[in-house]
Design a protein around this ligand. Structure first.
Ligand code: URA
Length: 287
């Protein structure tokens, strides 16, 4: 492609992405404008409140077993102190959304706001994530689920828990200790698609050290046999043949973390490309 043509393609992508995301920031409910992330929704599994916005994705195929299974998992881990993040957290941030949805978004770990609210992605990057999801007909209130690789707030200085800007990425040890919770969430939900948000979750889910820039823009099969080895002795990672078969169909679509998009808006068009990949996958009939 010539430089001029590429410039035009890039510019079109920009305009499309800005128009779609901004149009979707608000969902109108009975004439009232509501910021999507402020609508009421369940923290873990229970009642899914209406977002007021009709989504264009597939309606979740309700599976009555998934919500209670996730709830039981939450109960099992809600007081977890298996790693040093446990004793310093305010609230465990287990996940939010519809357990029967076809898509699971995975971030890295709770920040200041999330620690206080017990819900993932409720700060500035969460508002952007809600816009991104809304642009392809998804919301945490109806047909998507959001979780993190670690469930408690990683702080640079745990002695100053009230300081802002005290967030840090989880260490490999924290990820290793906490990731069985996420893997159990995945085994319960059996999502058709996993969208990883940013480097730590992409590296974990694709078990690679490669940078996000080289991994995004693609759809990769979820490596079920790597995460749940057939002969594992680890009780938490034992799955049924049916679950294994379902997870063989799961596709991983990595993209940038919303916080990276806030820092560098030039990345937005690429992340819009990734969202469209997800949208197109969900538009195809499921297995
Ligand atoms: N960033 C994340 O990765 N997860 C959250 O829950 C919030 C911010």
């Amino acid at each position: 492609m010539s430089d001029r043509k590429k410039l035009i393609v890039d510019a079109k992508q920009w305009v499309e992405q800005e128009r779609v995301w901004d149009d979707q920031l608000y969902c109108s409910k009975e004439g009232k404008v509501v910021i999507a992330s402020e609508a009421k929704h369940s923290i873990i599994a229970g009642q899914i409140a209406s977002s007021g916005r009709q989504t264009s994705g597939n309606p979740p195929r309700h599976d009555s077993m998934k919500a209670p299974a996730l709830m039981a998992l939450y109960e099992k881990y809600k007081d977890c102190v298996r790693c040093p993040l446990g004793p310093t957290r305010i609230k465990i941030v287990f996940g939010v959304g519809n357990p029967s949805s076809e898509v699971l978004f995975i971030g890295e770990g709770p920040g200041y706001e999330e620690d206080r609210r017990g819900e993932p992605f409720v700060g500035k990057s969460g508002q952007l994530l809600d816009k991104m999801m809304a642009a392809i007909g998804l919301s945490r209130q109806t047909n998507a689920y959001i979780a993190n690789i670690v469930k408690c707030h990683p702080m640079t200085d745990p002695l100053t828990p009230d300081a802002r800007g005290n967030d840090r990425p989880p260490t490999p040890e924290e990820v290793a200790t906490c990731s069985p919770i996420l893997l159990q969430q995945i085994a319960i939900m059996k999502p058709r698609a996993i969208m990883t948000l940013g480097s730590p979750s992409t590296k974990m889910i694709l078990h690679t050290k490669d940078a996000i820039t080289g991994l995004r823009g693609k759809m990769v099969p979820f490596d079920v046999d790597y995460f749940y080895p057939a002969n594992t002795e680890v009780e938490e990672l034992k799955i049924s043949a049916e679950t294994r078969e379902a997870l063989r169909q799961t596709k991983v679509i990595p993209t940038y973390h919303p916080a990276a998009l806030l820092r560098n808006p030039n990345l937005k068009p690429e992340s819009w490309t990734d969202l469209k990949l997800l949208r197109d996958l969900l538009a195809k009939p499921g297995a």
